[in-house]
Design a protein around this ligand. Structure first.
Ligand code: CA
Length: 236
């Protein structure tokens, strides 16, 4: 039995393709997840209002709305449940745009079921170090328990995965962290290493962290990895 901190892992699948939804539900139930399946934005809203989910598999195109807008609405309301978005879009720009909606990961259709479960395991995994204390570098503060990043007084909205990536970079402040290290610590050892998921999350974090006149505090070292470098200026 798969368990989170409190009992079996409960998943919500939001998918209007009835055949696909049924296959996903059956497969995930076989993997010992507790699974609810709905096919509309309205159904998803009703489900999250009633139940506490450990993760949501969210289709982008739904008959009564858009999965990305639904996810954005959830984030705006402070709902932090990890979201795996199912999408036909696969370009880097579309994924960065989608990450702005607050989704934690993407899976392009069509996909193999084992890839879905690998991504879900990665989303559900909460690295032990993430439960550690608040990280501070310069005026950037990352609070793992509250899933919150602050620059001075300003709260920067980040997804759970972005938080994990940023935490790892901040913990190694000034040192290079390889893409492999990020994949291993923030995703899953079975994760598809060829995927551009690290690049997507770094690009999104950069956009969120940049300030006027200053580059974002994450450097890319071609061929070796990424490095967190605290802002040089002191904000007032
Ligand atoms: Ca659909």
């Amino acid at each position: 039995m798969l368990t989170c901190e409190n009992g079996p892992v409960r998943l919500l699948i939001v998918e209007d393709d009835k055949a696909l939804g049924a296959v996903l539900r059956r497969g995930l139930v076989d993997e010992s997840y507790a699974v609810d399946l709905v096919g509309t934005v309205a159904g998803a809203e009703e489900a999250v209002a009633i139940n506490q989910y450990d993760a949501v598999v969210l289709d982008l195109g739904l008959p009564d709305g858009d999965g990305a807008q639904l996810c954005r609405a959830w984030r705006d309301r402070g709902l932090t449940v990890p979201v795996l978005m199912l999408t036909a879009r696969s370009s880097l720009n579309d994924k960065v745009g989608g990450l702005d909606s607050g989704a934690d990961d993407f899976l392009s259709k069509p996909f193999d079921f084992p890839e879905l479960t690998a991504r879900l395991r990665a989303l559900l995994r909460r690295p032990a170090e993430l439960l550690a204390t608040v990280l501070r570098v310069g005026d950037l503060e990352l609070d793992p328990a509250r899933c919150q990043v602050c620059q001075g007084e300003v709260v920067i909205p980040v997804t759970a995965k972005e938080l994990a990536v940023l935490a790892m970079l901040m913990r190694h402040n000034g040192k290079v962290v390889s893409k492999t290290d990020l994949l291993e610590h923030c995703w899953d050892e079975h994760y598809d290493g060829l995927s551009n998921v690290v690049e997507v999350h770094i690009a999104s974090l950069r956009r969120k962290l940049e300030r006027p006149g200053q580059p974002a505090p994450i450097e890319t070292l071609r061929g070796s990895g990424y490095r967190f470098v605290a802002f040089s200026g002191v904000s007032s």
